[in-house]
Write a protein that binds this ligand. Structure first.
Ligand SMILES: NC(=O)c1ccc[n+]([C@@H]2O[C@H](COP(=O)([O-])OP(=O)(O)OC[C@H]3O[C@@H](n4cnc5c(N)ncnc54)[C@H](OP(=O)(O)O)[C@@H]3O)[C@@H](O)[C@H]2O)c1
Length: 482
């Protein structure tokens, strides 16, 4: 039937009667449209819940920071979201001893995390327990119960985050982990969204605040590492067991997460060559300065034609680079893209408040997605099919090197060392020696022209057997700017 009907009627019932009478096909179409609208409205009411409910497991440093921000900043958060983010339950194994901000209102408290992950009213579980055992159980149980998860757990996420993400996607829930790397710097958001249109070619980071605090104090005051470490522990900047921080493991987990995101590869901590800062001494800063350099625990991920080279290690960097200005417990990330070139991100790397902001901002994003019923999510890990480059051993990296020796002085030392370097086809660049009173423990430095890490390791292996050395030579790469 051609043409259109224009019908003015007093009531919907009358309209229905008209349509029915005029054409049964139009009547069927009208009924279909009506039923779709009704279904959509029902769904809308279901999804547009008045508030999104949150349960926090772990009320330690970060848990307390998160709860405080959610309490003190509740009004702003609600204004920004357009709905309420409500902390409905908190779990901690010593819950009775933990103060909970009053303005959060009535909160269900428990010592048993199982009660939280199965709580029917909760939409998001915040895991702030840390470690890889209980935390993993909490996150997996939350996903199994169709709850989204926000976590700050770099250790767990670096080790098995990609599998957790797969499980979350299959369950239709979300995982957010901004707080797991560089505390207050929103680097996840940057890599997942901000510069996701670029092709990343290199990423440098200072990702461990404790190490950076120690190194910059050594540099500034000429104090030995163990003295600065003891002071950092006294002030609460370093853990009683500092291994994770000063041996590079904490930074390694963070680099594994960032590199996976930046390069779209599945990267595990074992792909990353890791060396801590224990062997550094104030004299290394003295020599580094003479070379126009400083030393930082540098997390580096670089694309080469052969593959991705990943390392966490102390390295010399030019004092004129922006990274050299990163002092104390601050963190920074420098990213180079093929198209957008350099971008730099700087901020506090840890602490209850900066990390709490990252957790709360994650909560806000996940809550928005829950309310919007958004099925498409940006992976916080490697993009499954991107697979830019596979990690390759750091031994293939070519760099200029800094070799620092401590020797019992005698004649012929330089010629012996030069002979070993020549046997490995390594060219010596310069020999530096600052005045030193003692001949029994004399430090000096040899810098090398760019060569492979493999050749340097071979040469250092041979040198380590020499009887005039007090300890094996310290070899540090001299990283060029990005
Ligand atoms: N600290 C930082 O600046 C920072 C920065 C970025 C990311 N993170 C990450 O944030 C997470 C939390 O770190 P944090 O410094 O807040 O650690 P934390 O101070 O040790 O807090 C952990 C809390 O979890 C509780 N807990 C442990 N096991 C539990 C269990 N089975 N059930 C219930 N509660 C349990 C602990 O209770 P007890 O009081 O009884 O021990 C403690 O209150 C970690 O993954 C960490 O790597 C921390």
């Amino acid at each position: 039937m051609g043409g259109a009907y224009w019908i003015f009627v007093a009531s919907p019932e009358l309209a229905v009667a008209f349509y029915q009478a005029l054409n049964p096909q139009i009547w069927l179409l009208a009924r279909y449209i009506h039923s779709r609208r009704a279904a959509r409205t029902e769904c809308y009411h279901d999804e547009r819940m008045d508030q999104v409910n949150v349960g926090i497991v772990g009320l330690g440093n970060i848990g307390r920071g998160t709860a405080t921000i959610l309490a003190e900043n509740a009004e702003q958060i609600e204004l920004k979201l357009g709905f309420r983010l409500r902390v409905k339950a908190i779990c901690d194994r010593r819950i009775e001893q933990k103060p909970i901000p009053e303005s959060l209102g009535s909160v269900f408290k428990t010592k048993d995390w199982r009660e939280l992950v199965s709580h029917p009213d909760l939409h998001i579980i915040v895991e702030l327990v840390g470690g890889t055992t209980v935390a993993s159980e909490i996150i997996n149980a939350a996903i199994a119960n169709k709850k989204s998860v926000v976590t700050a757990n770099k250790e767990l996420m670096a080790a098995c985050g990609a599998d957790i993400w797969e499980r979350a996607i299959a369950a239709g829930t979300n995982i957010a982990m901004e707080a797991s790397v560089a505390g207050g710097i929103p680097i996840h958001a940057v890599l997942r969204e901000g510069i996701s249109g670029d092709r990343i070619v290199a990423l440098y980071g200072i990702l461990n605040g404790t190490s950076n605090y120690i190194l910059t104090a050594m540099e500034r005051y000429g104090t030995a590492l163990d003295v600065v470490l003891a002071e950092a522990q006294r002030l609460g900047y370093a853990e009683a067991d500092p291994t994770n921080d000063i041996d590079g493991f904490d930074a390694r987990s963070k680099l594994a997460i960032l590199a996976a995101l930046a390069f779209g590869e599945k990267i595990t901590p074992s792909d990353i060559f890791t060396e801590g800062i224990r062997r550094l001494s104030p004299v290394d800063f003295e020599y580094a300065h003479r070379l126009g350099q400083t030393i930082r625990l540098l997390c580096a991920a670089r694309q080469t034609e052969q593959g991705l080279i990943l390392s966490v290690r102390p390295a010399l960097i030019s004092t004129s680079t922006i990274l050299a200005g990163v002092q104390g417990a601050y963190n920074a990330i420098w990213v180079k893209g093929l198209y957008g070139e350099d971008t730099f991100y700087y901020g506090r790397g840890a602490g209850p408040r900066p990390t709490g902001v990252a957790v709360v901002s994650d909560l806000m994003r996940v809550a928005r997605e829950i309310r919007g019923g958004s099925p498409e999510r940006v992976s916080p890990f490697a993009h499954k099919r991107l697979g830019e480059y596979k990690p390759i051993p750091v031994t293939r990296q070519k760099r200029a090197y800094y070799l620092r020796f401590r020797v019992n002085d005698r004649e012929g030392i330089i010629s012996t060392l030069a002979g070993i370097l020549a046997s490995k086809h390594i060219s010596l660049d310069a020999v530096l020696q600052v005045p030193c009173e003692t001949k029994h423990d004399l430090p000096f430095v040899i810098t090398l022209e760019p060569t492979t890490e493999e050749s340097v390791r071979d040469a250092v292996g041979l040198m380590s057997k020499l009887d005039f050395l007090i300890e094996s030579p310290l070899a540090l790469p001299m990283e060029p700017p990005l």
